[in-house]
Structures are given as C-alpha cells and as structure tokens.
Design a protein around this ligand. Sequence first.
Ligand SMILES: *Cc1c(COP(=O)(O)O)cnc(C)c1O
Length: 361
Amino acid sequence: MARVYNFSAGPSVLPEWVLQKAASEMMEYGSSGQSVMEMSHRSSDYQAIIDSCRQSLVDTLHIPEDYEVLFLQGGASTQFAMIPLNLMNGSGRADFVLTGQWAKKAYQQAAKYGRCNVVASSEDGVFSYIPQIDAQKLDPQADYLHICYNNTIYGTRFPTLPSCGSVPLVADMSSSILSEPIDVSKFGLIYAGAQKNMGPAGLTVVIIRKDLIGHARDITPIMLDYKTHADAGSMYNTPPTYAIYICKLVLDWLNNEMGGIEQIQKINAQKAALLYDYLDESKLFSATVQGECRSLMNVPFVTGDKDLDAQFVKEATAQGLVNLKGHRTVGGMRASIYNAMPVKGVQALVDFMARFEAAHR
Ligand SMILES: *Cc1c(COP(=O)(O)O)cnc(C)c1O
C-alpha cells in the first residue's frame, strides 16, 4: 500500500490515526457485535458516540453554554437557505461580504428571502484579497452579517473579524474550522461542511446562539428549522451516524495525538510558512494572494504559463503529490493543507517544486 499526499480541497485527507482506528472498529465497535454503520441511532452505544462528539467539539472550541451544536446534513450549501429562513425575520434585511464563490452563493440564495446588501466585495480583484468593510455601510437593523471566513477556492482568510455591534455575525467556516482557536462568542452562527477539516462528507456542523433558534418563518420546512434539530438533539430523523463517529475520532486525534487546537494552529502556521516562504523566493512560482489575507489552509499558486502549470500537476501526481490542480476559475495550482496534512507532506511538495523549478528555469 502506498498512500499519497492528498492536497484536495475537499473531501480531503484524513489523519491516518483516524482511518486506522475506524478500520480496527469496523467489524465490531466495542463489544456491540456490530459496526457503527449498522447501529440504530437510538441505541445507547450510538448515543454515547454523538454525545462524545458534541462534548469534544464544545471542549475543543470552548463553545459557551448559550450555544447549541447541531449535526445536520445537506452540506454548507443547504445552510445558504436555512440561515435566511431562520434568521432573516426581523427587518428582513441582511448584509453580505462577497469574498468568493461560496460567499456569493450564500448571498444569492438569501436574496430569495429578503433584502440583501453587499457591504464589501473583492470581485474586482478575482477575490484575491479580503476587502475593507466601511462601517458606514453596515445596516444596524440587519438580521445578520454574513461572511465566508476562509475562502477555499481563492485562498484568502479574514485577518480580523468585522465588528458589527449587536447584529449577529454569521460565518461559513467550512475550510478553516478546527484549524485554529476561535472566539465563538463573537458569532451568532458558525457553519461548516465536515469534509474539509472535520471528517467525511455528509455531515454539516452548525454552532448557533440559542436565542437565534425558534424564529423560523412559517413556510420553513421542518427539516430546515434549527429548532427541530435543537429540540431533538440532532436526532429528529436519522443523523449521518458514521460521519459523526469519524468526526469524533478526528477530535480525539486532534486533542490526544496532536496536543490540542493551539498546537494544531502552530503546526498549521509552520506548514503555511514553509510553502509561502518558498513561493515568495521562487523565480518560477508565485502565490496569488499577498499579505495578511493569506489562508493557512488553501494555498493557490501559479507559474504564469498554463502549459507549465499542467505539466507541474501531472509530474507532481506521478510523485504521489495529488489533487494540486487549482479551481477552474483561478487556474494554476492549489495546495490544501488542512490539519491532517503532515508537515512532511508540505515539505515533500516544496522539495518537488524546487526540483521542478531547477529543471524549468
Ligand atoms: C466546500 C465549501 C462549501 C460547499 O460545501 P458543501 O458541503 O459541498 O455544500 C461552502 N463553503 C465553503 C467555504 C466551502 O469550502
């Protein structure tokens, strides 16, 4: 067996410790005589798994008591509609910062439900930076302000959070959750598809301040009402049981094997520095994002020559460095270096880039 270094933006690399643990428990979980996949979600064995996953997430992110953690399905994309249905019910207005395709999709979907204002955008620069937000433009009566905290496709991340007073800040954290400590109390709602940094596809995690629950408009389908899931402990219907179990293992790995979230943040900073430092020195490759907006998770880069980019991706693949092709809207390459990517994976990439550069100068 030869495992590759997988730089996919999502679904993405999982820790080997997690895969091995899951493999060892595949045929029988504990002394249950069954796989987690086969268990009733109403069983006490499964209840213990989901409880442990929730508690571990609360402990890892220091989620305050006035927040609910929900395990949902439908991906981050379903949240684009679920959020306005539940939250856009005061003034019926919300503010949006457009920093990429996901932010734009969230905005377009919410625009079906109320008046959406774009308060800042970096579309003019192909989303290669995080725009300044003019405080004057923020609507003090908005039902929420939506940001995409880490922009998976373009490789940017908010260097600081916008201050929006009492307006709830809503953040798509699909590609950065668990990569660094966050102050949850600064947010009204945080959501993330699990397949980037928390586990496999099929699970969406929502962390929501409790007072924002219970105000969904009447037309809201039961399954899209946060209250339904909060009241039922994310067990209104069958939750994505196996994905939640893997998410629990990822949290066990993060806390017990890697030393916790502060430690992971340090390692992530180290990995990103390895790559950005090389890119900044390189005469062949360059990063598409500059300065403090650079993401620690997704690093897009180019040679400036499409054919050379394609050749790089092809040769890297042959070296076991896979999924480096950039998003079709940016071109070039993108290395996603989530928590589960080891330092030596990034080192292997940088070493290969240096060899490629030497051969193509
Ligand atoms: C991947 C991604 C999405 C889409 O997630 P789905 O779970 O596929 O709906 C949305 N936002 C961000 C920031 C992402 O990285």
